[in-house]
Design a protein around this ligand. Structure first.
Ligand code: 5GP
Length: 190
């Protein structure tokens, strides 16, 4: 298998916009898509598993991986580090599988430079006010952490025009359809 048709999809957008839910729906519809498991120094949330949701690293371990040039991209977000390991991508692409990265905007910009052939998709809220509602409703972050995330979200929303595709997550089903059609046409068109 040459792997030449395998694509890298970068899905980004502010915290609380519904990236995780949309990616879950996308992978149910396009089961052959692999998901890259990121590394982070953030503490695991309840129910999160090491190696499944993230590779949870200490600050020292993360710095060692930076020094070893193990990351395709990495960024600081809301007081923690997050990064995509080259090994995650290689593992999927070597099998000819397209892979999805769910990352924040600074990382997406780095991937665009490193892999200009990646397909970049920005998920936008219908109205920035829904981000606070969703983050509060999710119940996974403290009020202080939510405020930090919303500050970052303002900057992230300012970068949305830099992306190849923009999907507004107003109606979940409609957004999932749009995402699926972007992915199918990119893979089919390669
Ligand atoms: P959370 O703490 O909510 O899991 O993630 C916080 C932010 O970091 C989200 O916007 C998420 O998409 C992003 N993120 C997750 N993994 C990575 C990664 O590997 N690299 C980058 N740059 N951002 C990531």
């Amino acid at each position: 298998m040459s792997g030449e048709e395998a694509k890298v999809f970068v899905i980004t957008g502010p915290s609380g916009v519904g990236k995780g839910t949309l990616i879950k729906m996308l992978r149910e519809r396009v089961p052959d898509l692999a998901l890259s498991v990121s590394a982070t120094t953030r503490q695991p949330r309840e129910g999160e598993e090491d190696g499944v949701d993230y590779h949870f690293l200490t600050e020292d371990q993360f710095q060692e991986r930076i020094a070893a040039k193990d990351f395709l991209e990495f960024a600081s977000y809301s007081g923690n580090h997050y990064g995509t390991l080259n090994s995650e991508l290689d593992r999927c692409l070597a099998k000819g599988r397209s892979v999805v990265l769910e990352i924040e905007v600074q990382g997406a910009t780095q991937v665009r430079a490193a892999r200009p052939d990646s397909v970049q998709i920005f998920i936008a809220p219908p109205d920035p006010a829904v981000l606070r509602e969703r983050l509060t409703g999710r119940g996974t972050d403290s009020a202080e952490a939510i405020d930090k995330r919303l500050k970052v979200a303002e900057q992230e929303l300012g970068a949305q025009d830099d992306f190849d595709h923009r999907v507004v997550n107003d109606d979940l089903e409609a957004a999932a359809n749009e995402l699926e059609s972007i992915v199918r046409s990119s893979v089919g068109g390669s």
